[in-house]
Design a binder for this molecule. Sequence first.
Ligand code: ADQ
Length: 473
Amino acid sequence: MKIITISYRLPLSIKKQNRKTVITQSAGGLATAILSYAEKSKANLTWVGVADFEKSTWENHKNDFAKSFETEPVFLDKKLNKSFYNNFSNSVLWALFHYFPSYVEYDDEGFEAYKTANEIVAQKVNEIYEPGDIVWIHDYHFLGLANLVRQQHPNAKIGFFLHIPFPNFEIFRILPSNAKKYILDGILGANLAGFHTWDNAIHFTECVEKIMGYSQRNFIFNQDTHRTKVGSYPISIDFDKFYDSYDKPEVATLRNEIRELYQDKKIIFSVDRLDYTKGINNRLNAFENFLLKHPEWREKVVFLLVIVPSREEITKYGERKRMIELNVGRINGSMGSYKWAPVVYQYQSVDFNRLIALYSSADVALISPVRDGMNLVAKEYVASRKDARGALILSSMAGAAKELQEAITINPFDTELTGEKIALALNMPQEVQEVKMKRMQDYLRKHDVFRWATNFLTDTEEMHDHDNKAQKL
Ligand code: ADQ
């Protein structure tokens, strides 16, 4: 038996080092968690995803790296991939599902490319599928896939998990009818359809009821070949990895460096991919409001704003980058002095040790997405604070706010009030920080990514096996 996991990106990194091609399998949270479940259930793991490298590179090097699971890259034609990824996936689904209908740029060609890409990936899954395997499909790039695999293998165990929000009916109905039906039918191909929160699960259920006219009982839809259970499965992180990294000597050295550099200042920190959903400009405006209302904090605080490059070739992302950079320049120009830049901005990726050093140096983490499926950064910040210090400001629009109850929650659109919450967080007494951090850590320690993957895969198997038994009776 094996678990076939499908995601757009493969957990692989391919780099050139001294003219040599070096391939490494990624040890990200998702891969580690699925591997751990696979080990416990004595299953193998095969990962299917879209290659972002040449076929020849793969053919030449696929055997010379350490493997803990099999990898099956799908090589898509460049034009098709661009249309599939940039157009329908990111300029329609990502925008709409995050409640940005005015950012949607729909064209039929993009939708056709999306369906073709889903069919090509389904072919790959069908090639490697054997009876008894579990198929776990991830995210908005593959909304049609569960149904396509189901058509070939009516008895397959299929789970689908959406990493982004599922919007309410009024937003979802904006899509053309054929796209709406394709998506809902697609997800219903799974035995289990998982979302980060119950709100999202309910939105999906309502869309199926209203658009497809199907009825459900206890969030289960009955169909000819199988039943689909809909539920909430909040993703999490490898808690111990973040918590234990606090003591790593490399992390401690970096942390000391950061603290020394800003020794007379409090540090506010945020890190996200470049994305309009992350509310980065609102965050900057809130920070400016805070400085205007609380001049006593000037020169006593610094905002470390780290943004990791992402999807720059899509117009809305390039535009967003320019807006953020103008805003940073404006705030530093008007509020700063020759001795002090209020915002220290970095547009680059940071490695794991530095990330932990930044998390564990920050007095405040300011996380303000205007819409986010979960937001792992919030969970990572809490887990990295073995010292039980620091305050978390978290947008109520992030799935994580449902779980991290001790966070200071904000409405990211209310930049005045968020400015006040920044002052509150900076003034939070140490004893209060400690109580809040420890409570959130207790929660995350129990609800980690291993538990998430186990719950999801066990429920997928149970749904399938229960139906199978019922059919045999
Ligand atoms: P993302 O939108 O990418 O994920 P998030 O959940 O915050 O958002 O995860 C980002 C990850 O990237 C974190 O693990 C973080 O450490 C890392 N990261 C961010 N900036 C970085 C930087 N500059 N350098 C290095 N690493 C950086 C989508 C959904 C989320 C959902 C996740 C998982 O949009 O809502 O939580 O999937 O389901």
